[in-house]
Design a protein around this ligand. Structure first.
Ligand code: NAG
Ligand code: CU
Length: 249
């Protein structure tokens, strides 16, 4: 009874904060996995088992020195980057689809995807500030000035897709996907990071692993002096330097 009331109140408030967004699902090897729904899942008992790590809501992380920038989460709520219960099987070289809530047209910016290998299972691993993240996909601004977020502003929202690097070493990985919204990024703090993490198990006999020069930490990878973190999208008509390390493909 009590949880029903809380759920109704949370749902009633949801439209007021709908000007941000989050990932609602992943399709991995043909299996659809729901995201962590911050308006519903915290109020369910038992807690739903997801491949996605929990997020506190649809809002951004702006202080990029916080652990929140890793996988979203409350710094003071005790579950920042806490592992999820499940992991999706995936084949190296295959395409993964992610669905965002309809993206606000004011929030232009890049979409970037990282992976990190878990030493064993990802269901009991959080990287903390270790340099374990490598970039597997990125999209910023096209030569004609179209931002990577633009397709996701219109209903029905198309799927974002990226490819698990072919030949990637078998094992368990956390995928960290994000949009960085630049509408206030002309100063630091200002850029809004919307991270989302989920767990996959890469099968097969691949052995490829990124060299250490490809690896970064979250927090750590993005600071006030990182190209693309401070960027005036209103006056800068040139190329956009996508933040983070070189792409591992
Ligand atoms: C993943 O694959 C393993 C090995 O085939 C299987 O035992 C397991 O049930 C699969 N997990 C999921 C979530 O499909
Ligand atoms: Cu917003």
């Amino acid at each position: 009874m009590k949880s029903t009331v809380i759920l109704a109140v949370a749902s009633a408030f949801a439209p007021l904060v709908s000007a941000h967004g989050y990932v609602t699902q992943a399709v991995v090897n043909g299996v659809t996995w729901p995201g962590w729904n911050p308006n519903v899942d915290p109020y369910l008992s038992p807690t739903p088992q997801r491949i996605f790590r929990k997020i506190p809501g649809n809002g951004p992380v702006i202080d990029l020195s916080l652990i929140d920038v890793q996988c979203n989460g409350y710094t003071d709520g005790g579950f920042a980057t806490a592992p999820a219960a499940l992991s999706a099987n995936v084949t190296a070289g295959s395409t993964v689809s992610l669905t965002w809530t309809q993206w606000p047209d004011s929030h232009k910016g890049p979409l970037i995807t990282y992976m990190a290998k878990c030493p064993g299972s990802c269901t009991n691993y959080s990287p903390g500030t270790a340099k374990v993240w490598f970039k597997v996909a990125q999209a910023g601004k096209s030569s004609s000035g179209v931002w990577a977020t633009t397709p996701y502003e219109t209903l029905p929202v198309p799927a974002y897709t990226f490819t698990i690097p072919s030949g990637l070493a078998a094992g368990n990985y956390i995928v960290r996907h994000e949009i960085i919204a630049l509408h206030a990024a002309y100063v630091y703090p200002g850029a809004q990071v919307y991270p989302s993490c989920f767990q996959v198990t890469v099968g097969g006999s691949g052995t490829r692993a990124p060299a250490s020069s490809y690896l970064v930490s979250f927090p750590g990878a993005y600071t006030a002096s990182t190209p693309g973190i401070v960027y005036d999208m209103y006056t800068n008509t040139g190329t956009y330097p996508i933040p983070g390390p070189a792409l591992f493909t």
